[in-house]
Design a protein around this ligand. Structure first.
Ligand code: CUA
Length: 317
């Protein structure tokens, strides 16, 4: 299920795509309405007083009034009531969106790395990178953490931004309202490639999601193509396997993206280039040229070897 990320909807927090985003935006509208109403009342009273009680020729000194306890108690109580109501509503929305650290198992563990996103689905064992899948109409609990420095997970259409902090998991509830492709980005400066860790979130129907998660949890089928088989030998004999994992093989590296089903992803390098054989070959030959600063080194492979490894990977569906 490869996708073209240029098809993604342009979304802002106001064009919400989750129940949580909707609640936050509605709270915002309610708060805005209350503030506008208070503003209109206060400004109207002020203008009315200025017009009605302005000094006219021949006016004597006005009546001097040292205070009005009734009026003062009323406006203090009304202000307190407005602030209390908004405070309680905000706390309720925060509680709904940011669940406490719960005993329940998260649906997705989002692990941020310099400079890519790892997504683990502990209930099925599926692992992927850079492309998050979520089922529409179902609440998913995300555990958000980091492997190195502080990053921040933010898809504007999903509502809240959540920091990814090493050793301190944060939690986010997301119940997508409709299928679609939604883009986000890391929102906390995290080093050289901070702007190159795109969040690609795909919301699909629950049926499509179940199919996807089952496919991802399976080991990929090896290709019978000679070039791809040579590529597999190279992958397993070079240091590729020290950093990357491919299920069903001896590659169990944990520091770089899991490549078990890399061919199903739309981009390489967390959104920097489209995922296809030519681009993957160029990436393997010199990742630094495409994403300067990324942690994948230039392996000094020949064009043919890089092409064969790419052919192996492009068959991992
Ligand atoms: Cu990760 Cu900024």
């Amino acid at each position: 299920m490869a996708m073209d990320i240029s098809n993604a909807e342009f979304t802002t927090v106001f064009n919400f795509a989750t129940e949580q985003g909707k609640t936050i935006v509605y709270l915002h509208y309610f708060t805005l309405a209350v503030c506008v109403l208070v503003g209109i009342i206060v400004t109207s009273l002020l203008i009315a007083a200025v017009v009605k009680f302005r000094q006219r020729p021949g006016d004597s000194e006005p009546v001097q009034n040292p205070g009005n306890s009734k009026l003062e108690i009323t406006w203090t109580a009304l202000t307190a009531l407005v602030l209390f109501t908004l405070g309680v509503l905000t706390a309720l929305v925060m509680h709904m969106v940011n669940p406490e650290v719960m005993a329940t198992q998260p649906d997705v563990i989002v692990n941020a790395h310099q400079w890519w996103w790892e997504y683990r689905y502990p209930k099925s064992g599926a692992v992927t990178a850079n492309e998050l899948y979520l089922p529409a109409g179902v609440n998913s609990l995300l555990e958000i953490t980091s492997d190195d420095v502080v990053h921040s997970f933010w898809v504007p259409a999903f509502g809240e931004k959540m920091d990814a902090i090493p050793g301190h998991p944060n939690y986010l509830n997301l119940k997508p309202l409709r299928p679609g492709l939604f883009l986000g980005t890391c929102s906390e400066f995290c080093g050289a490639d901070h702007s190159l860790m795109r969040i690609i979130a795909r919301v699909v129907t629950p049926q499509q999601f179940n199919q996807w998660v089952q496919d991802q949890a399976k080991a990929p089928v090896a290709s019978s193509d000679a070039g791809a088989q040579h590529g597999e030998q190279l992958f397993m004999s070079h240091t590729c396997m020290e950093c990357h994992s491919i299920s069903g093989t001896k590659a169990h590296g944990q520091v770089a993206p899991d490549l078990s089903h890399v061919a199903t992803r739309s981009t390489i390098g967390s959104g920097v280039i489209a995922n296809n054989l030519d681009n993957l070959t160029r990436w393997i030959m010199n990742p630094q040229k495409i994403k300067p600063g990324c942690h994948m080194p230039d392996m000094r492979l020949s064009q043919q070897d890089a092409h064969d490894i790419a052919a192996y990977l492009e068959n991992l569906k």
